[in-house]
Ligand binder design. Sequence first.
Ligand SMILES: NC(=O)c1ccc[n+]([C@@H]2O[C@H](COP(=O)([O-])OP(=O)(O)OC[C@H]3O[C@@H](n4cnc5c(N)ncnc54)[C@H](OP(=O)(O)O)[C@@H]3O)[C@@H](O)[C@H]2O)c1
Length: 212
Amino acid sequence: MRPRVVINFACSLDGKIALKGGKAFRFSNLEDLTRVHRMRSESDIILVGKNTINLDDPKLVVNEKYYKSDRIPDVAILDSNLTVNRNARVFSYPRRVVIFCRRGVEGDIFDQSVASRVEVKNSPDKVLRSDFVVQELGNMGYKSVMIEGGKSVITSFITDNNWDEISIFYSPILVGDEGIPMFGTLREPMRLGHVETEELGDGILMKIKKAL
Ligand SMILES: NC(=O)c1ccc[n+]([C@@H]2O[C@H](COP(=O)([O-])OP(=O)(O)OC[C@H]3O[C@@H](n4cnc5c(N)ncnc54)[C@H](OP(=O)(O)O)[C@@H]3O)[C@@H](O)[C@H]2O)c1
């Protein structure tokens, strides 16, 4: 069965998700961090792109500072050529980490020295497509997927129509035009769906639900 896919990210008021050169910046306030960590605790698997792992080195766990839960969600990484940093912090927790790569890439890159159980899934195509990833996650039994960036992953899952809900936290910060935008190139404007907004501390949470 196809899992439910929720895309979540935080950005500046001018729609940037990172600073110049991709340098990470914490746009979330305490209220949003509480929401994000609760969402992680309720998700079966968190999905990110390889650049987010290599640039930001996120742990992708539920931090008890923000939300109390014993759950350590599994992680999926999109990484066509298996160039993800093997010393990244995401691998230091007892959980399954699934790395999706393209057809023909040799899968056995991890020894048993990391705490995570790392599995490599090759796409049947030369290009790793979000359709394959979502279908495969469903086949693996995952029911809820939380996508946490970055820009390329957000762009491909939205343009491929592989999403059910998008949560964007807007922080009252301006980054300027050298920041990394939330979205990449589009052939034409896309109408997404129904928008709900909520004040969250000094920022605004926008939830976009797909039009039925
Ligand atoms: N504010 C936030 O909430 C937030 C959250 C996360 C990240 N970020 C920021 O996002 C930036 C990274 O974004 P990014 O666009 O450079 O990288 P990304 O989306 O994290 O990763 C993109 C890479 O994933 C691989 N990939 C494989 N299959 C893909 C597919 N179907 N669709 C998309 N990507 C696929 C590609 O590398 P290969 O060709 O090697 O496979 C691609 O270059 C960082 O600056 C980070 O700080 C912000």
